[in-house]
Design a protein around this ligand. Structure first.
Ligand SMILES: [Zn+2]
Length: 293
């Protein structure tokens, strides 16, 4: 799986410039190292959650973020804000799967904040980028809020992502020697890449195997392996344990993405084309139907 975020073992950061602890006399002391809690990513254990009540940890402007955090917000308008919360059901972009979108608001009220992009920092914090619908509204630390994930987009992304696993399993069954080098589950560019050469004549063979795996309605199983594995963010690594996704127990892939429960729920998978570049072959695919309105 490709990953879009860096890998790091940092669990804390120093406070931002200008933020100092004060001693009893009010004099400035050295910057303190503050623990920043990792966001509990609840979708890892329950991908069906679409609403959640949790607590705001921070709400700040993008301009006040560290350079490292700002670098995660490319293409987000500079005047937007970022929210961190104790828990999240929002999938953060990574592992070849796009970010969820959705909304956040006070409990039992209409949402006041529109989430356009979620990214995970190397510290394990989830930054929810977006804008307040009304410029005068805000969140304060400790405030209970309700998260709402855009359901049709999540379902579509989960189907595209799971389809990648199904193509991967089909390839493993058909050509066990072919080594997977890359995966992309973004809409319109979804593909799996393999070392070596594949040709158009492979297309109907892969299509047939993929159709069979969808028809078999195999369950997608999630499990955790304890111990640190050599995988990157977005590839299942979570605080010394690794998340494994398996189709019907037939394969085992480290994976941090969201999946549908059974292969039949993918709809149908279309192997679009097979292309080659520098000894790497790309199997491009799509799912049908596309995103629901
Ligand atoms: Zn996966």
């Amino acid at each position: 799986m490709t990953h879009h975020t860096g890998k790091s073992s940092h669990t804390h950061r120093t406070s931002p410039p200008g933020q100092y602890s004060k001693n009893a006399l009010g004099a400035k002391a050295a910057p303190v190292t503050i623990m920043v809690p990792r966001t509990e990513a609840l979708y890892l254990d329950d991908a069906t959650l679409r609403t959640l009540t949790t607590e705001v940890l921070s709400s700040q402007s993008i301009s006040s973020l560290s350079e490292e955090q700002k670098s995660l917000a490319k293409n987000v308008p500079a005047e937007d804000s970022t929210i961190t919360m104790r828990q999240t059901i929002f999938y953060a972009q990574g592992g070849g799967q796009p970010s969820d979108t959705g909304a956040i608001g006070p409990v039992d009220q209409d949402p006041t904040f529109e989430v356009s992009l979620v990214r995970k920092t190397p510290d394990g914090q989830f930054l929810h980028f977006g804008k307040f619908l009304d410029a005068t509204s805000s969140f304060v630390a400790g405030q209970p809020v309700m998260q709402k994930v855009n359901d049709s987009k999540r379902n579509y992304h989960s189907r595209l992502h799971t389809a990648g696993h199904i193509v991967g399993l089909a390839m493993q069954l058909l050509m066990p020697d072919k080594k997977k080098v890359k995966a992309n589950h973004f809409p319109r560019e979804a593909s799996m890449e393999y070392e070596g050469l594949l040709y158009n004549e492979h297309k109907p063979v892969i299509q047939e195997k993929v159709d069979e795996l969808v028809r078999l309605d195999l369950p997608i199983l999630i499990s955790w392996l304890e111990g640190v594995a050599q995988v990157g963010d977005g590839e299942g690594a979570e605080e010394g344990r690794t998340r494994i996704a398996s189709i019907g127990g037939l394969d085992h892939n480290p994976c941090g993405g969201t999946h549908i429960a059974r292969t039949s729920l993918v709809g149908s998978i279309v192997i679009r084309k097979i292309s080659r570049q520098k000894g790497i072959s790309r199997v491009s695919y799509d799912v049908s139907p596309g995103i629901e309105a």
